[in-house]
Design a protein around this ligand. Structure first.
Ligand code: LMR
Length: 395
């Protein structure tokens, strides 16, 4: 039965991670997979996470099942973290379901849309995170694209984006990156989000907001601006949340899907559907990481976590500035200043695929073929090597 299966090439991001691990050159630089790294190149466990984990293990008395919707304390806390305390939606129209990572949340959202409107079309930005495509379309939803990135300015092609959204049929779904756009690093300003809100309202579009980097761009509240605005002003919204990056809990697979419905009864119906969908996909999400997040957000550890997150955010901003300075020194004929104007982990370097491959093969610098670099993969010490390697590869 299985003999006719085609062998697939590795995933563009995870395949790169494996290739980097296999490279034995001591100068190697990993700018591929989106994980935060410190000055030593390690992806550390946050102190608040270590402490919460200890407390969770000490207090845990059983390993019995939790529930398809996950840990209620986590679900409440994550809704509050994203929307902010006292947000009107928390009073009755919002529901949260714990999911196996932001990926699981995206898939739950896609399945819910497919259940509600089987022929719904989801519109994603050009470009978007590579894994959005299978996560959203494997359940049968149709995907279309809207313009987003302007390679000449390194910013958002806002007019083109608005023009495309304004032409969508009612009840289209629009996947929006809340902040720290993956892969470009180019985000909308708050005023632009307000304009997006008007078009969503005018055209009766459903926002499906992906928030995977809250706290790593401008700040916890600032990075959630779009989610807070849409959930305050629109009747319905979906928000896929990841705790991988801002809690550093990548391998624990912690995320949540938030649903905003027009009434409390509709919200309960959506939740019941999500519970059924989760049961049919994986039954229940893993508990450990969500228990840690719930502990941090519900205890005195929250302040410490916020401080650690702030220093990660500041470090990324410093690395951006340092990288642009170094590249200006080695590649004077090219302009990389967009990198310092962008936020979060990613930016495009703006080089072609052949140059990306030369960087990998000749200089052991790893990035995805579209030249997305994970800024947090750079270190003060290896920025000069990186800038020199780029200059040589560019020629
Ligand atoms: C990334 O974009 O590199 C991360 O979100 C990790 C992943 O799963 O692709």
């Amino acid at each position: 039965m299985l003999e006719h299966l085609d062998r697939l090439s590795p995933d563009p991001i995870l395949g790169l991670m494996a290739a980097f691990r296999a490279d034995t050159d001591p100068r190697k630089v990993d700018l591929g997979v989106g994980v935060y790294r410190d000055d030593r190149g390690d992806t550390p466990i946050m102190q608040a996470v270590r402490e919460a984990e200890r407390e969770v293990l000490e207090r845990q008395t059983t390993k019995t099942y939790v529930a398809p919707a996950g840990n209620p304390a986590f679900n409440d806390a994550i809704g509050q973290l994203v929307l902010g305390d006292g947000h009107a939606a928390l009073a009755g129209r919002l529901r949260a379901v714990q999911a196996p990572g932001g990926c699981g949340a995206l898939r739950l959202g896609a399945e819910l849309i497919r259940t509600a409107v089987p022929d719904a079309v989801v519109h994603v930005s050009t470009p978007t995170w590579a894994n959005h495509v299978p996560l959203l379309s494997n359940c049968g939803l149709k995907l279309e694209r809207y313009p987003y990135f302007d390679a000449t300015t390194g910013g958002v092609a806002f007019e083109a984006m608005m023009g495309a959204l304004d032409a969508l049929p009612a009840r289209s779904v629009v996947l929006l990156h809340a902040s720290c756009h993956n892969p470009t690093g180019a985000d909308l300003e708050d005023g632009q989000w307000r304009e997006v809100l008007s078009v969503m309202r005018r055209r009766s579009l459903l926002p499906f907001i992906d928030i995977a980097y809250q706290g790593l761009g401008r700040g916890l509240a600032e990075d959630a601006f779009a989610a807070r605005l849409m959930c305050a002003e629109l009747p319905e919204a979906l928000v896929a949340v990841s705790s991988s990056k801002n809690f550093g809990l990548y391998r624990e697979r912690v995320g949540a899907l938030l649903t905003l419905s027009e009434t409390g009864a509709a919200a309960d119906a959506a939740l019941s559907q999500l519970v059924r969908i989760a049961r049919g996909l994986y039954s229940m999400p893993p508990d450990h990481g969500a228990a840690i997040v719930a502990r941090i957000l519900g205890s005195g550890l929250r302040g410490q976590w916020e401080q650690e997150l702030a220093s990660m955010r500041e470090r990324i901003a410093q690395l951006r500035a340092e990288t642009v300075r170094a590249l200006a020194g080695t590649c004077a004929r090219r302009d990389f200043s967009h990198i310092v104007r962008q936020r979060g982990m990613f930016s495009y370097l703006g080089i072609d695929k052949e140059t990306v491959h030369r960087l990998r093969e000749q200089h052991h610098v790893y990035m995805t073929d579209d030249s997305r670099i994970n800024i947090a993969g750079l270190r003060h010490e290896n920025i000069p090597y990186f800038a020199e390697a780029v200059a040589r590869a560019v020629g």
